[in-house]
Design a protein around this ligand. Structure first.
Ligand SMILES: NC(=O)c1ccc[n+]([C@@H]2O[C@H](COP(=O)([O-])OP(=O)(O)OC[C@H]3O[C@@H](n4cnc5c(N)ncnc54)[C@H](O)[C@@H]3O)[C@@H](O)[C@H]2O)c1
Length: 310
């Protein structure tokens, strides 16, 4: 396999690159660096299988063509991921996530490439029980709607053109390299606040729940999903454990009394409960999350401490 990772300089994408390189796969990154943390690709420079960065926008077909030279598989992660921003101005999310994905699908179709499309649990409605892949899809924000539109486009390409794709829906990913300026990056936001001895601001009452998946587990699942047996499948990646935001804040605060509730900036786009059923990924890929939340939090905290010391 030789792969292009779109969004490969981002939080999850760079971990997918690391996983692929560790498996001996030649990898190129296509990223416009609009949201990447500085230095996110430094660790890969000099590794013989790292084909480097093509700096470009996925909405630009010429940039995609450059990125795809000599590649047989696309891991598509580039996206505009800020849920809150999409509520105030949906155009960037629709542009990157729908039009950008359309370009990726066209490129995959034209060259008969294998595609792993990274979707999100945000396409699902709030959970009444663990969400499997057949759960109702009810996007609560323009971000979620744009991701669901991308998934539907992929299904349309699969049916109309025989595209060999797999849709992967990871739940709430956290870990080293996550940005702390995004609402979705609540672990990063709370850890940085705690480390600076600031308040941990919980949006609303904190009863909303999430299924927190460590970034290494997510990346391993995304790469595993490129096997032939997963063509035409939609696969959740989740731990099946539900943690409320209030519990998460308490865990990170460790009794220091810095947790406070603040008014939710956009309660209409909040989802009450997310937790997933990843039985299909286990069955097809033998994938299971390995890193439990306390260990993942400790490793993420250590990374932020290292970053602060640089
Ligand atoms: N973070 C999560 O909890 C989570 C959960 C499920 C799914 N996802 C999905 O995983 C993917 C990666 O998310 P992330 O959290 O790593 O976000 P991120 O913002 O860290 O990474 C996205 C990368 O894409 C790049 N990018 C953005 N728009 C681009 C464009 N038009 N052209 C080229 N590059 C562009 C950014 O510079 C960034 O490096 C997204 O598709 C997201 O929807 C994220």
């Amino acid at each position: 396999m030789s792969a292009l990772v779109t969004g490969g300089a981002g939080f999850i994408g760079r971990q997918v690159v690391a996983e692929l390189l560790d498996r001996g796969v030649a990898v190129r990154v296509l990223d416009d660096l609009s949201r990447a943390r500085p230095g996110s690709l430094e660790a890969f420079e000099g590794r013989p299988s790292f084909l480097g960065l093509t700096k470009g926008d996925i909405t630009d077909p010429a940039a995609l063509r450059r990125g795809l030279l000599g590649v047989d598989t696309i891991f598509h992660l580039a996206a505009s991921v800020d849920v809150g921003a999409s509520v105030y101005g949906p155009v960037p999310a629709v542009r990157a996530n729908v039009l950008g994905t359309l370009n990726v699908l066209e490129a995959a179709r034209a060259a008969n490439l294998r595609l792993v499309l990274v979707s999100t649990c945000h396409v699902y409605a709030s959970a009444a029980g663990p969400l499997d892949e057949g759960a109702a899809t009810v996007p609560a924000s323009p971000y979620a709607a744009s991701k669901l539109a991308a998934d539907d486009l992929a299904v349309g390409y699969r049916r109309a053109f025989g595209l060999r794709d797999t849709i992967v829906r990871p739940f709430n990913i956290y870990g080293p390299w996550q940005r702390s300026d995004l609402e979705g990056g609540v672990v990063a936001r709370f850890l940085q606040a705690a480390m600076a001895d600031r308040t941990l601001d919980v949006h609303g009452d904190g009863a909303q729940t999430r299924d927190f998946l460590f970034v290494e587990d997510a990346a391993r699942g995304i790469v595993d999903a490129s096997v032939e047996a997963a063509v035409g499948q939609t696969l959740n990646l989740a731990t099946g454990r539900e943690t409320s935001i209030a519990e998460l804040a308490a865990l990170i605060d460790a009794g220091a009394g810095r947790v406070r509730q603040v008014p939710h900036p956009h309660p209409q786009a909040e989802v009450e409960r997310y937790f997933g059923n990843a039985a299909r990924a286990h069955e097809l890929l033998n994938w299971r999350a390995r890193v439990a939340l306390p260990e993942g939090l400790a490793r993420t905290r250590a990374w932020f401490a290292e970053l602060a010391a640089r």
